[in-house]
Design a protein around this ligand. Sequence first.
Ligand code: SF4
Length: 361
Amino acid sequence: MLLTAEETARAARFFTDGITCLATRPVRLMEVCGTHTVAIFRAGIRQLLPAAVELVSGPGCPVCVTPNEYLDTAIAYSRRPGTIITTFGDMLRVPGSESSLMAEKACGADIRIVYSALDSLAIARDNPGQAVIFLAVGFETTAPTAAATILQADKQGLTNFFVLSAHKLVPPALKAILATPATKVDGFLLPGHTAAISGLEPYRFVAGQFGVPAVVTGFEALDILQGIYMLLQQLQQGQAELQNQYRRVVKTEGNPAARDILDQVYQPAGTGWRGFGEIAGSGLELTAAFRRFDAQAALPLTVAGSREPAGCRCGEVLRGLITPPACPCFGRHCTPEQPVGACMVSVEGACAAWYKYGQGR
Ligand code: SF4
């Protein structure tokens, strides 16, 4: 249901007044998703909140959490003769250990930006003598499309299409955060789009096992204000539940059809996250039936010596330990034009959002 401007303003006032009343002690809330981080800045929500309510970003920007080891591997593949790399555009500028995909492209590597994983199949068909490797980066939201692409490649009998999978699942990263005593989080705004695929079940442990309130939240300013309001209501009443603010999109059972496609092609596996290291069961690898599409299985190569950029504190930003201005590089050596780390590159990166939309608080 669409609200009029007057109704929207009234609802926003209701939630901000409510938040102010409920903020009787300092609380630290994590917006897990990069889309939330950007929406919060764009709508000026930080400025609407009382000082007692602190918002901290989490590990929900897929480009940011992809470690340099993966980037270095992608760069090594881009240097492999007879290889075309296909990727979403925001991976291009992320600095690897010694180079970036952008720098490799400038030096002549065949790296093509695609807007959907499916675009890679046409490139593979048009270049039968080349290996086409799609950089499969993203969470539960994008993984089903990559899985559908692999099913299509199988159907079309393509033998020169491969994926380099860095797909990640959000719940295991939340568990890693909750298991780290240094990260103090009183409540979570959970990403609505990943829950739309997975459903609510994978997030129940946040409240059930760790006793921390969590609200699956949409991406409009009103959604976010309501999500914060719901978290503060729980905290004031001493409750810890998983609630769904985004019921117009997120169903309890999620999207079984998308999960079915995913389960045909992928299975959970351990994978590395920037700032966290390897998290068990947090990645997706191809099942045996589709492993021939796995770039690393079909075209093995070895990359050694990956390291994070000197001085970059992306890992701490992604774990909610610090906010970007606490990084000594922020706005000095590290800007969106000259990024040092991934969090300053991606449009969903916390450092880029803090830099672009002001450093109010
Ligand atoms: Fe890394 Fe730059 Fe963010 Fe610092 S400001 S954490 S160097 S991306």
